[in-house]
Design a protein around this ligand. Structure first.
Ligand SMILES: [Zn+2]
Length: 226
């Protein structure tokens, strides 16, 4: 067994947290269902030596050390909502080490933490940042999650425009169903959380049925990856 150390500073690191398998469908932004959902606060580890934050400290590049020692990183301790702090710090490390996709995931998870803390303004602000990072994506799954981020941030015009952009590209049946569901919510000025299963056409309510199976592969494999 090899020793696990923090990639930023070399101090001993504990193994990463493994969330339990979700048993309930995810939200439209792919926040996993319970029992994984409520373990969000355990998803990021903090190095007791250098203060770096990441889901897996041993996977951090050595360049993360300078970020963890920066003033901006420390300042998050006073400026960020406490419940989002570790996720915001991980997002900053991703940003400074050039990993935009991981930065977006970290910020979205921070938005979920803000949701749980009923900090709606903060959650909307974080989702706006996520949507900016995913702007122009041609990846269908990221595009659908971006649509949800825009709607839940209350950016209804941008959300409607993005839904139109995605529709014009021509989508498979599952994506079309989700876009139509989002368009109805946008029209109703609904910023609430909805499960993917509520957006699927009736025969596809269960992820196990063959209808739409091909299209759902990406979604469900992400969920059960670990
Ligand atoms: Zn460290």
């Amino acid at each position: 067994m090899t020793e696990r150390v923090c990639g930023a500073c070399g101090a001993e690191a504990s193994p990463p947290f493994r969330a339990p398998q979700p048993e309930i469908a995810p939200d439209l932004d792919m926040r996993p269902g319970e029992p994984a959902r409520s373990t969000l606060r355990d998803w990021v580890q903090v190095c007791p030596n250098c203060g770096a934050a990441a889901p897996e400290l041993s996977a951090l590049p050595s360049s993360a050390r300078a970020v963890a020692e920066s003033e901006e990183y420390r300042d998050l301790g006073t400026s960020a909502l406490e419940e989002t702090l570790e996720l915001r710090r991980w997002a900053l490390i991703c940003e400074r080490t050039g990993d935009r996709l991981q930065q977006a995931e970290a910020l979205l998870q921070a938005a979920w933490a803000a949701d749980d803390a009923a900090a709606m303004t903060e959650a909307a602000k974080l989702r706006t940042e996520v949507a900016a990072l995913w702007d122009g994506t041609t990846d269908v799954e990221l595009g659908l999650r971006r649509l949800d981020a825009l709607r839940r941030a209350g950016l209804f015009e941008a959300a409607a425009a993005w839904a139109a952009t995605m529709s014009e590209r021509g989508q498979d049946e599952l994506a079309r169903a989700i876009i139509a569901f989002q368009q109805a919510k946008i029209a109703a000025r609904d910023i609430g959380r909805h499960l993917i299963s509520s957006a699927l056409p009736p025969p596809a309510h269960s992820p196990h049925v063959s209808h739409g199976q091909r299209a759902t592969t990406g979604f469900w494999s992400r969920l059960f990856r670990k």
